[in-house]
Design a protein around this ligand. Structure first.
Ligand SMILES: [Ca+2]
Length: 201
């Protein structure tokens, strides 16, 4: 009986002692706890040995894009792809016309000398390569338009940023218009032009 009592007492000590020791340590003012907080990641890290995909992107002018956020009118759109997506500064949002020809006109809110334009799609590779035929026109009064870049087929490729740049002779413009007459990725009856951003410089 005495032996059983000793075994039970020993077992109880084994169970109680570690928790008592832990509690003392955890409650002690001498315990040093170092909390390490990692900094927020502010941008994607890319090891130097990996090429930057944007190195292959078509370069856009360094000057201000005067089309961004300006009033814009466009042909009828498909689904939710409305005209305000054309120049909201986001390549993730886009305008899609309901058929061809597809026309968009940006009110530049004043006369500007322009010499370059860019058309962007989402640079994600999920947007497969395509071509779109584009004509550019400008106007100083909103009624009479002059062609500054004739209809030509441009290639959009995610490896080049899914964007194209059109340079032309400098012209005075208060209104900038683009007409798109084909889209190789969306030629079906209900298809149309697709533009994530129209930029004017
Ligand atoms: Ca957009």
């Amino acid at each position: 009986m005495k032996l059983k009592f000793c075994i039970a007492l020993l077992a109880a000590m084994i169970l109680i002692l570690p928790s008592a020791a832990w509690a003392e340590t955890a409650d002690s003012d001498d315990t040093i706890v170092t909390i390490v907080r990692t900094p927020e990641q502010e941008h994607a890290e890319r090891p130097p040995c990996f090429p930057d995909p944007s190195d292959n992107y078509i370069r856009l002018p360094d000057t201000e894009n005067i089309a961004q956020g300006k009033p814009v009118q466009a042909s009828a759109h498909n689904d939710v792809y409305v005209s305000r997506n054309l120049n909201d500064g986001k390549v993730e949002t886009y305008w899609e016309s309901k058929g061809f020809p597809a026309e968009m006109t940006v009110d530049l809110e004043g006369v500007h000398t322009v010499s370059s334009a860019a058309f962007c799609l989402n640079p994600s590779a999920i947007w497969e390569p395509r071509t779109q035929e584009i004509t550019l026109l400008v106007s100083t009064d909103g009624e009479n338009y002059t062609e500054i870049s004739p209809a030509a087929v441009y290639e959009f490729d995610a490896e080049k940023g899914n964007r194209i740049r059109i340079d032309f002779e400098p012209a005075e413009a208060a209104f900038f218009r683009a007409v798109i007459t084909s889209n190789s990725a969306y030629p079906a009856h209900s298809g149309g032009a697709q533009v994530a951003e129209i930029c004017v410089y």
